[in-house]
Design a protein around this ligand. Structure first.
Ligand code: SF4
Length: 305
């Protein structure tokens, strides 16, 4: 514990309470202070994994030894389709726009795959299958989603102070003009619940120096269908804006409380600091492929595969 406390960049206080550098209240670079809207939906599934993924460098600086995490092939496919959508929307009426978007997606996937990733031997076992899925997902996006949106902002980087020296950031996919709906494109084998993330985007958009009024939040979902089956049509779902924003605030409150307790334990020498973050070894993602804390000192709970 001595090493952890000594290496942690918080001013130690004689009374045992953490004394944070004043700059932490105004800097997104302060350790464990930057939250992303995209981390909010999965945080309750295992807060300790969420912390390990979001603040790996800061946590290692406090004396732990988290592994680098690798992206999953499903996430890389999703990133590629996102890249295609962002490229396609401004040029969607031009000849060759779909081919250009597919090209962007494939290049994105190949760049990610060159970094190394976790493959899915049952559904996306090879790069050819991934690129086949990417091509047809981009095609249905171009044909069935893009014509119905008039984007005001696409992949706009936003950030806002959320109090106590914490910051929230995110890339809201699209804000549709006229209807003032924040839309997010999602892909995957199955639709999941994204209220907290969309609520986070809405809070970000409404909190800018020149706030944009938000009337709703919605998800455009494109299923990653197995290669042997026909591609499903996209599904668009409007979410309850109030519920989404409340859910985002609730998760943000839990994250801030856990981080504050983690810092307090480090500064005061209370063992074990990592237990400030609740851990859920029942999570489906409790596996060395998905959690940088699995089998490492930050979490002794994960079962070895
Ligand atoms: S090893 Fe399992 S319980 Fe521990 S942080 Fe990772 S996912 Fe959570």
């Amino acid at each position: 514990m001595g090493d952890r406390a000594a290496s942690w960049p918080i001013n130690r206080h004689p009374g045992g309470a953490p004394s944070l550098p004043e700059s932490w209240a105004t800097s997104m670079a302060a350790p464990l202070s930057a939250l992303r809207a995209s981390m909010l939906p999965s945080w309750p599934d295992c807060p300790r994994r969420g912390a390990a993924k979001q603040w790996r460098r800061d946590i290692n600086a406090s004396g732990y030894h988290l592994r680098e995490s690798r992206s999953s092939v499903g996430a890389a496919v999703g990133t590629a389709v996102h890249a295609a959508a962002a490229h396609f929307l401004p040029i969607w009426t031009e000849p060759g726009a779909v081919s250009a978007a597919v090209e962007v997606a494939v290049l994105s996937f190949r760049a990610d795959s060159a970094q190394g990733m976790v493959w899915d031997k049952n559904n996306i076992a090879t790069p050819n299958i991934a690129e086949f899925q990417i091509r047809r997902m981009v095609a249905v996006y171009a044909e069935h989603v893009a014509p119905h949106v008039q984007p005001a902002l696409v992949e706009q980087a936003l950030q806002v102070s959320i109090g106590g020296g914490f910051w929230l950031s995110g890339h809201a996919d699209i804000i549709v003009t006229g209807t003032r709906v924040v839309r997010d494109l999602k892909t995957g084998a199955q639709m999941r619940s994204y209220q907290a993330q969309l609520g986070g985007y809405s809070l970000l958009v409404r909190s800018q120096p020149e706030p944009i009024d938000v009337a709703g939040v919605a998800v455009d979902f494109i299923r990653r269908t197995p290669k042997t089956k026909p591609q499903n049509m996209p599904v668009s779902e409007a979410l309850n804006l109030d519920v989404a924003e409340r859910t985002a605030w609730s998760v943000i409150g839990h994250i801030k409380a856990a981080v504050t307790e983690f810092r307090r334990r480090l500064v005061c020498g209370i063992e074990p600091p990592e237990e400030a973050f609740l851990a859920n070894p029942m999570s489906q993602m409790c596996h060395a492929d998905y959690c940088p804390a699995h089998g490492i000192d930050f979490c002794p709970l994960g079962r070895h595969p």
